[in-house]
Design a protein around this ligand. Structure first.
Ligand code: NAD
Length: 254
């Protein structure tokens, strides 16, 4: 039986950890090859060793730097010979309201979480246009669909990722390149653990999830893999919550 990513080359940013690493494992499991970009060199290289150097590569990349992203994307295309899939996943959290955030802190989150997505797409599109096909998935967040308390920069950046996805999907609609976004809720990764260090805060978050549990990185990666695969051939510009039901509730307690 042909595996869904047989012959395909996928790129993932922030692929050394969490959701990005789960996606990298899914691509290789399903027959594809994966180029991983991340700031964390030790974890990135360890993942390549796990997946096999014939199936995976790693490039140390700061996604907030356009030159780094161009080098990663063009290097991956040269190494593997083509680019079929781009998962723009790297991101950071960031707490603070308009009253207590300074402009530099606000700008940093926008650069890492939003400009990085623009840089990734801009670098990958020429390769995909040459093939006449491609699938881009952007990792937004339910924080890009709704407001949170004290997450101003993150809400703003992820809201930008959501509507950037729709805008690029329109511009590419006739090109054979599909562009979609996932919006995870609370997922068990170092990023979430860092944001919700205090146990009481963590419990409050879980109480807000109708399914009453945190999600696993693999549960997001499977949806990303679907959007990146030919099974989603008639889907572009969609924004899919993967959140245990959070965005489906009125907010009233049960
Ligand atoms: P994670 O911390 O496990 O992984 C993020 C990865 O991005 C790390 O390996 C980190 O080194 C890398 N990274 C950070 N800044 C970078 C930079 N400037 N350049 C290159 N790499 C960089 O966290 P995760 O939860 O897997 O996060 C992945 C994505 O999922 C993020 O965009 C995040 O906003 C989004 N998300 C996560 C959750 C959640 O609850 N975990 C919810 C919604 C959305």
């Amino acid at each position: 039986m042909t595996q869904q990513f047989e012959g395909k080359v996928a790129l993932v940013t922030g692929g050394a950890s969490g959701i990005g690493a789960a996606f990298a494992r899914t691509v290789v499991r399903d027959g594809g090859r994966i180029a991983i970009a991340d700031l964390n060199e030790d974890m990135g290289r360890a993942l390549v060793a796990e997946l096999g150097t014939d199936k995976a590569s790693f490039t140390r990349t700061d996604v907030s730097q356009q030159d780094d992203v161009i080098a990663f994307v063009d290097g991956a295309a040269a190494h593997f010979g083509r680019i079929d899939i781009l998962f723009n996943n790297a991101g950071i959290g960031g707490m603070g309201t308009t009253l207590d955030l300074d402009a530099a802190a606000f700008r940093r989150v926008i650069e890492v979480d939003l400009f990085s997505v623009f840089y990734g797409c801009k670098a990958a599109l020429p390769h995909m246009l040459r093939n006449g096909s491609g699938a881009i998935v952007n990792n937004a967040s339910i924080a890009g669909m709704l407001g949170d308390f004290g997450m101003t920069a993150y809400n703003t950046a992820k809201g930008g990722v959501v509507n950037y996805t729709r805008a690029l999907a329109m511009d590419m609609a006739k090109s054979g390149i599909r562009v979609n976004a996932v919006c995870p809720g609370c997922v068990d990764t170092p990023l979430f653990a860092g944001l919700k260090a205090a146990e009481s805060v963590f419990d409050n978050f879980i109480r807000a999830v109708p399914m009453a549990r945190i999600g696993q990185a693999e549960e997001i990666a499977e949806v990303v893999a679907f959007l990146a695969s030919d099974k989603a051939s008639y889907m572009t510009g969609t924004v899919i919550p993967v959140d245990g039901g959070i965005t489906a509730t009125s907010g009233f307690p049960d």
